[in-house]
Design a binder for this molecule. Structure first.
Ligand SMILES: [Zn+2]
Length: 87
């Protein structure tokens, strides 16, 4: 079973975040893939179908698909200046 879909498990452990957006309310957030309680084998497009926008509570349904999910497109560790170290 091979396809080009990125699955959640591909991101876990890489330090990459999941980018989630909502066209309806223009929400745009990054979350750690570990925070989701779905199977690591779940393809990202399917995850969008499972999510509810935390801001406007939209969901993807027949009337529209406002929620989108993709791997964090920001380049990892692009210069120390852009990284904030906590503590
Ligand atoms: Zn929304």
């Amino acid at each position: 079973m091979q396809n080009n879909s990125v699955v959640l498990g591909d991101l876990i452990g890489t330090g990459k975040k999941l980018e989630i957006g909502c066209f309806k309310c223009r929400l745009h957030i990054y979350i750690a893939p570990e925070c989701l309680t779905v199977s690591p084998a779940t393809p990202l497009p399917c995850i969008a179908a499972l999510l509810r926008c935390p801001q406007c509570h939209s969901i993807n349904q027949e009337a529209g698909y406002p929620i989108w999910v993709r791997p964090d497109a920001r380049p990892p560790r692009m210069g120390a200046n852009s990284i904030q170290v906590g503590l």
